[in-house]
Design a protein around this ligand. Structure first.
Ligand SMILES: *Cc1c(COP(=O)(O)O)cnc(C)c1O
Length: 401
């Protein structure tokens, strides 16, 4: 038993993943183990392998690995590329840095376009590089859709247009680990070749599953790609998946949770899930502005519906402030990563989140400023409340299919 006194009520986990898991998903996972080569599992396997396709808006294969999102990054690169291949990336923030670092370790040659970490990637980001690459040495573009460190969302549709305008054959790979089931994502329509995602953010599941949606072009590339791969090899996985099975022991408990989470998202309606995220994000940004603080994302075009990164006033440490919030109000806020460590904190508003969750979080943030002696203007919570009240029930609900 711990010496810490019990803290009443629930912990507010307002980091941008892992996110709180709904009761329905927790209950669905509370099951006895089963034979993963048997008929009962086969039904579950087929159900989830089919069900996830809707979330990616794809008719093609989606692989489900028992791994964190990072595993799916590795799968995307090793199944499609060969040693020495050039990959074009954009340093939107810490997750782009990590993916580029992985590419380098695997023997690829990442060409990373810089940003100031306050914008995401759009059509213009890559176009000049693509047009200049007449010899087609660039084999893939890797983009983080929602950069979880900065709260900036890239324009994947525009990046597709840039590839087409430059008539460039590079594969388009997109990390949607913190954007799947938070914001629109059209694997087929946007011509994405590999979409990578994970379970513990918008999907409302515990960590431990990753997803990889694969285009026919990526599948064809995997036939000649020479990077070494075994556990993450697509061919064994796809051969087994055809019958609802896996080449090795799948994370059966998490798959029960996944089936339930997919049902919940479909019951709400995927488009309604996106609208909910946009609205809660806007309420959060209104609070930040009313406090007189700066949002890390400086171009509204790139605002993230999943997470808001807030810049601390000069001379105030974000982690010291986060500790005060945790100690006093039992709420975890996201830390600033890499070059914005100590300078910014993050408010996650993704997954199974509603108006009052966000209002509770914003109230804790505002009270924390007072306790920590952070200079701020009162009224952020009020600004968010006003916006949520004004927009309550007035939006047209897209009929759930
Ligand atoms: C969380 C996250 C990752 C890392 O995923 P893990 O599941 O921790 O391996 C990668 N990219 C983005 C955009 C993320 O938000």
């Amino acid at each position: 038993m711990s010496n810490e006194p019990r803290r009443a009520g629930r912990h507010f986990l307002q980091i941008p993943g892992p996110t709180p898991v709904p009761e329905r998903v927790l209950s669905a996972m509370s099951r006895q183990m089963l034979d993963h080569r048997g008929l009962e599992f086969q039904k579950l396997g087929k159900r989830v392998l089919q069900g996830v396709k809707g979330l990616f808006k794809t008719a093609h294969h989606v692989i489900i690995y028992p791994s964190s999102g990072t595993g799916a990054w590795e799968a995307a690169l090793t199944n499609t590329l060969s040693p020495g291949d050039k990959v074009l990336m954009c340093e939107t923030g810490q997750f782009a840095v990590l993916w580029a670092g992985m590419a380098q370790k695997l023997g690829l040659v990442p060409d990373v376009l810089p940003t100031d970490w306050r914008v995401a990637a759009d059509g213009n980001t890559f176009e000049a590089k693509l047009r200049a690459d007449k010899a087609h040495e660039i084999k893939a573009i890797c983009v983080v859709h929602n950069e979880t460190s900065t709260g900036c969302r890239s324009r994947i549709d525009e990046i597709r247009k840039a590839l087409d305008a430059a008539n460039h054959p590079a594969l388009l790979m997109v990390d949607t680990i913190s954007s799947l089931a938070c914001t629109d994502l059209r694997h087929d329509e946007w011509g994405i070749d590999v979409t990578v995602s994970g379970s513990q953010k918008g999907m409302m599941l515990p960590p431990g599953l990753s997803f990889t949606a694969i285009s026919d072009k990526a599948l064809a590339a995997s036939k000649t790609a020479k990077l070494k791969r075994s556990y993450f090899s697509w061919d064994d996985m796809l051969a087994n998946n055809a019958n609802g099975f896996f080449p090795y022991t799948p994370a059966t408990g998490l798959l029960y949770g996944l089936a339930e989470a997919i049902d919940m998202i479909n019951e709400e309606g995927l488009e309604n899930v996106f609208t909910r995220h946009e609205r809660l994000a806007e309420a959060t940004r209104r609070a930040v502005r009313a406090w007189g603080l700066e949002i890390q994302c400086r171009d509204p075009k790139f605002y993230s519906p999943a997470v808001t990164t807030v810049i601390m006033p000069e001379g105030h440490n974000a982690d010291a402030y986060r500790k005060i919030v945790l100690d006093n109000f039992n709420m975890s806020l996201g830390t600033g990563l890499n070059k914005i460590a100590g300078k910014a904190f993050r408010i996650g508003h993704l997954g199974d989140t509603n108006e009052l969750t966000v209002m509770g979080a914003l109230t804790g943030v505002e009270m924390g400023f007072e306790l920590a002696g952070v200079p701020y203007k009162k009224g952020g919570v009020q600004a968010a409340m006003s916006y949520l009240a004004e927009t309550a029930r007035t939006r047209e609900l897209v009929a759930a299919e």
